[in-house]
Design a protein around this ligand. Structure first.
Ligand code: ADP
Length: 315
């Protein structure tokens, strides 16, 4: 057992120049550790370098510099063991239309050198809910079933680390829930899960730790709750008894959003302003308060704040 499922140091990837474009550095000296047994989220806007990182882990893209260890195995020193320790569920759905799910899983197990006696084809088919479709041609499977088959293929060699690249992009709620149930169950059995997602709410709900990548650099990495706690922003939502007056004197740094339902949402930073000061300003304006609520920031706010501040620094 290792403390870290993944240890990355100084990882850099520069794609060679192509016609019309110069070389492109997609990852700049990224350091990253993923604790064994965690569900880890890799977030970043489009083009941030997430796929590049995942493809390097999967052995599909060659790094330009740096060190990558998977389950303690250095990719350069123990390429076979490091590859055997990781399974990747890719984004793309292309698969041989004449392969049945059973044949796909068997072929994949063969590619990983899993002996016939150790194959878990039936168990995996059950896990991904495709027992009924085990012998149907892939072309007769729905989009959701194909996704589940991709997950199954990532599991044939019983990897310690499972990587899911945008697993729920464009899938319906039912399939999303089924995928997350599967992921939680695999994690409960001890598998480390790394996922990329565009759905920040989903990352907030699913992930123990999150790293944010922006323009090829890691700009944040922390436990999910701490990452959100880092952002000192707070919102106080007030429902006035009567419609609020137009003019309001507010302490510096407090922003007011008048919502359609007549409530007033005051956003402020706790290190600059207290709730008391906001309430004082509201009372001073003669507003009688019917109800009051506070809202914590979401990952989305953290994400926007961090990507924006790193752009400001780069500019
Ligand atoms: P993400 O997955 O976060 O959207 P990618 O890793 O796909 O980001 O891309 C990071 C950057 O590297 C982008 O600017 C992209 O255009 C570039 N890139 C990705 N793949 C290649 C490639 N094969 N050749 C050249 N540039 C690439």
């Amino acid at each position: 057992m290792t403390d870290y499922a993944i240890e990355i140091e100084g990882l850099t990837k520069t794609y060679a120049a192509q016609r019309g474009t110069g070389p492109k550095t997609a990852l700049h000296e990224v350091d990253l550790t993923v604790p064994a047994g965690s569900i880890f989220g890799l977030l970043g806007p489009n083009g941030a370098g997430k796929s590049t990182l995942i493809n390097i882990l999967a052995g599909l893209v060659r790094k330009s510099a740096g060190q990558v260890k998977i389950w303690g195995f250095d990719q350069d020193v123990n390429p076979r063991q490091s590859r055997a320790s990781i399974g990747v569920m890719p984004q793309e759905l292309n698969m041989d239309p004449f392969f049945t799910p059973r044949a796909s899983l068997d072929t994949q197990a063969g590619l990983y050198g899993v002996p016939k006696s150790q194959r878990r084809t039936d168990e995996i088919l059950r896990t991904i809910g495709l027992t009924d479709k085990a012998d149907a041609y892939a072309r007769t499977l729905s989009g959701g079933m194909r996704r589940r088959l991709l997950l199954g293929k990532a599991l044939v060699h019983s990897p310690q680390v499972l990587v899911l690249d945008e697993p729920t992009a464009g899938v319906d709620i039912e399939l999303r829930q089924m995928l997350w149930q599967n992921v939680r169950k695999l994690n409960a059995q001890g598998m480390t899960i790394i996922l990329t997602t565009h759905y920040l709410e989903e990352a907030e709900e699913m992930c123990d730790e999150i790293a944010i990548i922006h323009q090829g650099r890691k700009i944040a990495h922390d436990r999910t709750d701490r990452l959100i706690g880092q952002l000192d922003a707070k919102t106080l939502v007030i429902q006035p008894v009567d419609p609020a007056p137009e003019a309001l004197q507010l302490p510096d740094g407090v922003e007011l959003e008048r919502r359609a339902n007549g409530t007033l949402a005051f956003s402020y930073f706790r290190n600059r302003t207290s709730a008391e000061q906001v309430l004082d300003a509201v009372r001073a304006a003669g507003i009688r308060i019917h109800d009051v609520a506070t809202a914590e920031p979401h990952l989305e706010d953290v994400f926007l704040a961090l990507t924006k501040s790193s752009e400001d620094q780069a500019a």
